[in-house]
Design a protein around this ligand. Structure first.
Ligand code: NAD
Ligand code: UDP
Ligand code: UDP
Length: 338
C-alpha cells in the first residue's frame, strides 16, 4: 500500500512546486474529481477565476458537461472522462476529491468512495500532491449528539440502505488518515452538511431540489415522514469558500462545513412557499429507512482555525436556485407552449 512502484513516472509538479509564503503565487495545477457535478463545478469556476490550471475528472454518472462547458476552449481547463475506480496517472499540486454518487437515490450503485479514494490517495502519494476529501455529515449517522462536533464518532447502521454511503465515506476518511500517517501525504478532510444552490440536479431526489422543482411545477411539496426531522442547509458558494480555505490552510481536519441554521422539513416547505409560491400545498409520504432525525453542524473549529463561516441564508440562497432552474427550462413548457 505504501510502496513506490510508480517512481519510474517523472513527477514534474507536486509539493516542491509550492511557493514560499510571502512570494507571489504561481498558478497551481489542480485536479477536481467530480468537477462536472453540482459542488465541483462551482469549485472549478472559483479556481479558474483565481488563475489556476484545473483538470476535471468525471464519469458523468450524476454530473453534466453543461456545468463546465463555459470553460471549454480555456487553455487552463481540461476535462477527462474517467471513472476514479480505475487508476490514473497525472502530475498536479492539489487534488480535490469530490467524485461520488452523492444523492440517496444514486449512492448505492458503486464503490467510488473506497476504490476511488484509494486511487486518488495513491496518486497524491506518488506525486507529492495535497489531497482534500469531501466527506459528509452522514458519517455522524442518526446522531446522538446535537449539534455535531468533529469529535463525535457517530451513530451509523452498518447494514442499512444508506450504509454504502455513510460507511463508504467513513472508510474514505480512514484511508485518508492512514495515507497521511503512513505515507506522509498532506491531507485535508471536510465533512459537508446539506448543500443547495444553482446546478443542483433537478431530479436526484434531495429535499431542496425536490421542493423547488415541485413548487415551480405547481405540484404538492412531498414531505417524508412527519416532517419534524431537521437539516441545516448551506448555500454552495459558502461551501466552496470553506473547501478552498481548508485546502490552503495548515490544518488536516476533519472540519464541519455547513450552515448552522436548522430547519424542520415542514419549516423548509414554508420557506419554499414564501419564496416561490404561497399557494403550494404539502403532501406527506412515507419516510426512507434510517433517516437521521436531526442534523446541525457545530462549526466552532472551522471558524477558529479556517476563519470561515457561511454568509448566505436560506432566504437569500433559494431565489438564486429558482433563477437557475428557470434558466434550465423549469417548469418544462407544455407542448402547446403555454
Ligand atoms: P454530484 O452528484 O453533483 O457530484 C458528484 C460528481 O462525481 C458527479 O459529477 C459525478 O458524475 C461524479 N462521479 C461519481 N462517481 C464517479 C466516478 N466513479 N468517477 C468519476 N466521477 C464520478 O454531487 P455533489 O453534491 O456535487 O457532491 C460532491 C461531493 O460532496 C461528494 O463527494 C459528496 O459526497 C459530497 N457531499 C455533498 C453534499 C451535498 O449536500 N451536496 C453533502 C455532503 C457531502
Ligand atoms: N494509483 C493511481 N495513480 C497513481 C498512483 C497510484 O491511480 O499515480 C492507484 C494505484 O493503482 C493503486 C492505488 O492508487 O490502486 C493505491 O496506490 P498505492 O501505491 O498507495 O498502493 P499499492 O499500489 O501499493 O496497493
Ligand atoms: N425529504 C423530504 N421530501 C423529499 C425529499 C427528502 O421530506 O422530497 C426529507 C428526507 O426524508 C430527509 C430530508 O428531507 O429527512 C433530507 O433529505 P435529503 O435526501 O435532501 O438529504 P439527506 O437525507 O442526505 O440529509
Amino acid at each position: 500500500l505504501f510502496g513506490n512502484e510508480y517512481s519510474n513516472y517523472a513527477s514534474v509538479g507536486g509539493a516542491t512546486n509550492r511557493v514560499p509564503k510571502g512570494l507571489r503565487r504561481q498558478p497551481r495545477r489542480i485536479v477536481v474529481t467530480g468537477g462536472a457535478g453540482f459542488v465541483g463545478s462551482h469549485l472549478v469556476d472559483k479556481l479558474i477565476a483565481r488563475g489556476d490550471n484545473v483538470i476535471v475528472i468525471d464519469n458523468f454518472f450524476t454530473g453534466r458537461k453543461e456545468n463546465v462547458m463555459h470553460h471549454f476552449g480555456n487553455p487552463k481547463f481540461e476535462l477527462i472522462r474517467h471513472d476514479v475506480v480505475e487508476p490514473i496517472l497525472l502530475e498536479v499540486d492539489q487534488i480535490y476529491h469530490l467524485a461520488c454518487p452523492a444523492s440517496p437515490v444514486h449512492y448505492k450503485y458503486n464503490p467510488t468512495n473506497v476504490m476511488g479514494t484509494l486511487n486518488m490517495l495513491g496518486l497524491a502519494k506518488r506525486i507529492g500532491a495535497r489531497f482534500l476529501l469531501t466527506s459528509t455529515s452522514e458519517v455522524y449517522g442518526d446522531p446522538l449528539e446535537h449539534p455535531q462536533k468533529e469529535t463525535y464518532w457517530g451513530n451509523v447502521n452498518p447494514i442499512g440502505v444508506r450504509s454504502c454511503y455513510d460507511e463508504g465515506k467513513r472508510t474514505a476518511e480512514t484511508l485518508t488518515m492512514d495515507y497521511h500517517r503512513g505515507a506522509g501525504v498532506e491531507v485535508r478532510i471536510a465533512r459537508i452538511f446539506n448543500t443547495y444552490g444553482p446546478r443542483m440536479s433537478i431530479d436526484d431526489g434531495r429535499v431542496v431540489s425536490n421542493f423547488v422543482a415541485q413548487a415551480l411545477r405547481k405540484q404538492p411539496l412531498t414531505v417524508y415522514g412527519d416532517g419534524n426531522q431537521t437539516r441545516s442547509f448551506q448555500f454552495v458558494a459558502d461551501l466552496v469558500d470553506g473547501l478552498m480555505a481548508l485546502m490552503e490552510g495548515e490544518h488536516v481536519g476533519p472540519f464541519n462545513l455547513g450552515n448552522p441554521g436548522e430547519f424542520t422539513m415542514l419549516e423548509l416547505a414554508e420557506v419554499v412557499k414564501e419564496v416561490i409560491d404561497s399557494s403550494a400545498t404539502i403532501e406527506f409520504k412515507p419516510n426512507t429507512a434510517d433517516d437521521p432525525h436531526k442534523r446541525k453542524p457545530d462549526i466552532t473549529k472551522a471558524k477558529e482555525l479556517l476563519n470561515w463561516e457561511p454568509k448566505v441564508s436560506l432566504k437569500e440562497g433559494l431565489p438564486r436556485m429558482v433563477t437557475d432552474f428557470q434558466k434550465r427550462g423549469y417548469p418544462p413548457l407544455r407542448a402547446d407552449g403555454a
